[in-house]
Design a protein. Structure first.
Length: 401
């Protein structure tokens, strides 16, 4: 079966190979999450610093390796880089299953973060290389949907496995074996230099890069800022749900609903772009703001359920849109570099979000108010939505029909 790419066709197994990469980019740190609350019992001698290191250092290491992978992709074989990253991820993840101390887990999780960082920008990079135009937009949406669906399923599975034995959640780190098996199908079909030149010219026509330049740093910075704002709001919901919904089961269900809502827009990106029209980004940010306000005004389970669906759906549209925008801020050769910067912002947001919450609580004296983060983020989202509406013709907020 042949799949249309906008610049020719690829086989279905090549597309499935790309999808298997998307399925593992949300895995780093996932196996640790369900046992974080029990680490002091599992490792009685573990210090608070060691526990914090286990939860934060892998994410910190992912960021520089995402950027390193992006820049190496310009001159090195991307499939070979992917295989190296997958092997590092697979070996370190497998050894976590047999770890006997928190020190071993920290070291192995750190190495896993390095492997994951090498893989993450390639998950969208191969899509940008194989697809153009509406076909690329659709596949970036599907990639985002696969990543979030995997996250939902893996979270449920690891939570259940943690109840059996604390080693078992690390079994999810074996999933890269499928991507490793499929990696050999990722090579692009051979095409003539003339045909490649035509493809590159067509891709350049779809960018905002000025002649003689490799990147449009202003457009890239604006795209990253949009992702930072939208991502921060989504992370805040995830971090603070348990404070307003004390029941862990209900909180877990609401978090799963959030990720399912994030997944949904990715399955129909092109149709949503046409439906929303010119103010698509403004509408998405307004949905996020509305969801946050519902949480503040109606802090009960059912309204909160509706609220997380709104927040998730709004963010779920922005995420693949940002990836698509990033591919338009560089020449074809530098696409993975710009994608790496954008995806690094996502992980940076995860790392710094708790510190920003603490800082804002200190500034506004709302340390004991569990609703304060939601209220502050709703105001931020309202401002962002208004700005997106005013600047709807600007590259960062514009939508091609």
């Amino acid at each position: 079966m042949q799949i249309e790419t906008g610049q020719g066709k690829i086989t279905l197994r090549t597309l499935v190979s790309v999808w298997t990469i998307s399925a593992i980019i949300s895995l780093p740190g996932l196996a640790v999450s369900p046992i974080l609350g029990s680490l002091t019992k599992i490792f009685p001698d573990a210090t608070k610093l060691e526990i914090e290191m286990l939860s934060s250092i892998p994410s910190l290491l992912i960021i520089p390796f995402i950027l390193l992978s992006g820049y190496l992709s310009v001159g090195y074989n991307k499939v070979r880089m992917l295989i190296i990253g997958l092997i590092i991820f697979l070996i370190s993840g497998s050894l976590c299953i047999f770890a006997t101390s928190i020190g071993e887990l920290i070291i192995l999780s750190t190495i896993l973060g390095a492997g994951a960082g090498m893989i993450i920008p390639l998950s969208t990079g191969f899509i940008a290389e194989f697809f153009v135009g509406k076909y690329r937009t659709a596949q970036l949406g599907i990639s985002s949907a696969i990543a979030n669906l995997t996250l939902v399923i893996a979270t449920l599975v690891t939570g259940w496995l943690a109840g059996v034995n604390w080693h078992l959640p690390f079994v999810v780190y074996l999933l890269p074996v499928f991507a490793l098996i499929m990696a050999r199908f990722l090579e692009k079909p051979a095409i003539s230099p003339e045909k490649q030149a035509q493809i590159n010219d067509a891709k350049m026509a779809n960018t905002v890069v000025k002649p003689g330049r490799n990147y449009n740093f202003g457009a890239l910075a604006g795209t990253m800022l949009l992702y930072l704002v939208a991502g921060y709001v989504a992370v805040i919901v995830i971090l603070n749900l348990s404070f307003i919904v004390p029941d862990s089961t209900t909180s877990g269900i609401l978090t799963s609903l959030l990720f399912l809502a994030i997944m949904a827009p990715g399955l129909g990106m092109n149709r949503l772009r046409k439906f929303y029209g010119r103010f698509a980004v403004a509408y998405s940010l307004a949905m996020i703001a509305a969801g946050l306000l519902i949480i503040v005004l109606l802090p009960h389970t059912i309204p909160i359920g509706a609220a997380v669906l709104l927040v998730g759906f709004g963010y779920g549209f922005i995420q693949p849109l940002v990836y698509d925008k990033a591919t338009q801020t560089s020449t074809p050769k530098g696409t993975i570099v710009t994608l790496a910067w954008v995806m690094a912002i996502n992980y940076l947001t995860i790392v710094i979000a708790p510190f920003i919450v603490t800082l804002l609580n200190e500034i506004f004296a709302t340390k004991n108010d569990s609703m304060a983060p939601f209220l502050i983020c709703s105001i931020l989202a309202i401002i962002a939505a208004a700005w997106a509406a005013i600047r709807s013709r600007h590259f960062v907020f514009s939508i091609e029909q």
